[in-house]
Design a protein around this ligand. Structure first.
Ligand code: GUN
Length: 286
């Protein structure tokens, strides 16, 4: 590029540390300790790693934590019973069932059973509905993390063209909904989208959450776009994102790194949701 190009690296690591610090301070002052229950079924290495990050962070900020590890072949009934018990447990304000779950378990039934007031993932259909209606109680952690990162740049979202690559219930759909709620024009692309680059190169804000390493190349990015990378994969022994960082950073105005971008923001946002759940349940001003 002939002109000097300055891209700002959007550090999720830095912002997440500030959020945790702030929560730690609020929790230290609070009469009630927020409590989080995390349920992990089976031994998927990625899920184990996410649960470890979530547990470490909730401990660090002074939350009460219960981690419940269940075998891969756990009966659905048993899982439902555990959730029902946690719904009634006064020490627990947030309940998270790590996804994916084994195939024999009915995921919608599990998500529906979590008390909507303790649904810190925002995946209970009631909370999905509130987000769609533009009045969310809980914003799914990754979406909240992305939103906080975008807000930290002070750019205006209204009227921007946002392209969300990936249409999962966990990231793509709630994130698209969040930006639509704030008056962006939103396109959701996915595996079957024809001419992906045709969409991405028009995006003012490009968000990718596919897990396909280096899917997004420089020619697919509009000069000056903001690029948010939610993917994590291993490539040649390194952790990389959906975005070919070294190429794309030359074109973007802002870009999130992997690791150290959206990942730590997801964890910090889950803690914020747990704090919010505690305030909601205990009727404390937040
Ligand atoms: N698996 C991948 N991301 C998430 C998440 O945000 N919440 C839960 N429960 N499971 C996940």
């Amino acid at each position: 590029m002939s002109q000097e190009h300055i891209t700002k690296i959007l550090s999720g690591k830095g912002l997440a540390a500030k959020i945790r610090q702030n929560l730690k301070y609020q929790i230290a002052k609070s009469k009630i300790q927020p409590g989080l229950a995390v349920i992990l079924v089976g031994q998927d290495p990625a899920s184990e790693m996410y649960v470890r990050f979530k547990s470490q962070a909730s401990n660090e900020v002074g939350m009460y934590l219960e981690t419940i590890e269940l075998p891969e072949d756990v009966r659905e009934k048993k899982l439902l019973k555990i959730i029902e018990k946690l719904n009634k447990n006064k020490k627990i304000h947030g309940i998270l069932v790590q996804l994916p779950l084994p195939a024999h378990i009915d995921v919608p039934l599990i998500l529906e059973t979590i008390d909507p007031m303790k649904d810190v993932d925002g995946f209970n259909p009631e909370n999905v509905g509130w987000l769609s209606a533009g009045a969310p109680e809980f914003i799914p952690a990754t979406t909240r993390g992305i939103w906080s990162l975008v807000q930290s740049t002070n750019i205006t979202v209204a009227g921007k063209y946002v392209v969300m690559v990936g249409a999962s219930n966990i990231v793509g759909k709630p994130t698209a909904q969040m930006f639509l709620n704030h008056e962006a024009t939103v396109t959701v692309c996915h595996k079957k989208t024809k001419d992906l680059a045709g969409f991405t190169k028009k995006a003012d804000i490009l968000i990718s959450a596919t897990g396909v390493p280096h899917l997004i190349k420089a020619h697919m990015v509009k000069p000056g776009a903001m690029v948010i990378d939610v993917g994590t994969a291993r490539l040649n022994g390194k952790t990389v994102g959906d975005v070919d960082f070294d190429q794309v950073k030359e074109k973007a105005s802002y870009i999130t790194p992997v690791p150290g971008g959206v990942g730590p923001m997801t964890v910090a946002s889950l803690l914020q949701n747990t704090w919010d759940a505690m305030c909601l349940i205990e009727d404390i001003e937040n």
